[in-house]
Design a protein around this ligand. Sequence first.
Ligand code: FAD
Ligand code: AMP
Length: 481
Amino acid sequence: MTKEYDVIVIGSGPAGYVAAIRAAQLGLTTACVEKWVDDENNTVLGGTCLNVGCIPSKALLDSSQKYIDAKKEFHTHGIKTSKVSIDIPSMMERKAKVVTQLTQGIKGLFAANKVDSLHGVGTISDNNEVFVLDAKGNSDKYLAKNIIIATGSVPINIPPAPVDNEVIVDSTGALEFDAVPERLGIIGAGVIGLELGSVWGRLGAKVTVLEALDEFLPSVDTQIAREAKKILGKQGLDIKLGSKVTGHKISKGKKKEVTVTFETKGASEEITFDKLIVAVGRRPVTDSLLANDVSIDLCDRGFIKVNEQCQTNVPNIYAVGDVVRGPMLAHKGSEEGVMVAERLADKKTQVNYDLVPSVIYTHPEVAWVGKNEEELKAEGVDYNVGTFPFAASGRALAANDSDGLVKILADSKTDRILGCHIIGASAADLLQQVVIAMEFSSSAEDLGLTMFSHPALSEAVHEAALAANGHAIHIGNRKKR
Ligand code: FAD
Ligand code: AMP
């Protein structure tokens, strides 16, 4: 007899596995379908984030930061090192261990919460039916009262630089180099391009980033983006803006290299690299997902069309994570997964799309939430700006890590915090306290009246909040707009 579930989730990335666990916690019979397999044909849970995204990239960012600290920083603390060298296979092995620990952890969570793990490609064969076909050709059909699509995204490939997984790679290939390329090209100065550029730049590659747009990080507050470009430039990343890649040629010799052609200010230029990373964005995955007679509406760029509650045009079918509109971020997908699971259990959960935090895990980190100055100006909102530089933070100076600043934007009439933008060490963690404050509709004064431990990097957040009302104790600045 065909097995029936209350919920079948398709995809086990951070949107899908979290949705499945929450649904099961709420007493709904739940299965999660995943097609990803390892070399031995075992199901691999966790999706892009755990396997080839957030986690492995952060493992390499942390390893490479330790390397560069040992090489360039330790001596400032009086620590003498004779010769610091890098062992890439060991670094990769550590990264793989972290990934395996976490992906196995999801298997454990599924078992503990009684989520059935179904292995294979999931296709919605009817509004209440999922067909699952595994790599060996075995198939099964399952009935579902509700279906949650969480099929995620994959890297975009562009015709001028098609990935060959040898010289030209995407983000997945860039997490697997077996040696440090001498000359590394990156197409795209987005979050992924900058993080991967930082990893290999710290390990010794000469990194050139080619970005088609004239503006650096256009969605980031301009003051913070400018600061980021300056600091990353000092670290050796050669970021060429207004440089659109139009073609490439791979040499035929023994040692393959790639010569990239790009248009810049009307002229055509070329640079030769040992490796080229294509990091021009990601596209939603809906391949093999829908049988012919299932009609779920898509948006023009291939995303599944959903309402605020992540419901598609078919009322019992939902979609969450990278496969729907909004920023392609793991935590945004997870919160959508929780919302849908809770709504299926008759709760009235919502996602606050105005408060999705964003982070670029370079060093220093760049993190932001809410509105930036350019957006507030465009909306005609009067606001105060409070900034505080880490150069005036005792804790940042003690750590010899004092680049950057915290910036808080508050409504000039109500003092409600409208946005926070940070570039600095541990910016992701520092930002979170402002996200919480904003979730509770805090004013800058509320944050200013809160006691912060001394000495801590978070004091910079405190001082920026005080500065928004013109009374930072140390060196903070206030601007009225
Ligand atoms: P995915 O994680 O893509 O998972 C989708 C899953 O569905 C996959 O396992 C896939 O195999 C499976 N699937 C697809 N179709 C089917 C089907 N028909 N049947 C069965 N299974 C199917 N985000 C952050 O928030 N922070 C970061 O630091 C960060 N760093 C990143 C670094 C890199 C290098 C990359 C590439 C991404 C990074 N991201 C980061 C983005 C993050 O990985 C994604 O936003 C997140 O993984 C999306 O989650 P998801 O569950 O929607 O989809
Ligand atoms: P993101 O979408 O944040 O991952 O960033 C991808 C970046 O790649 C964007 O800033 C694009 O402008 C950039 N990009 C896309 N195509 C090209 C191209 N052919 N040459 C250079 N940059 C590109």
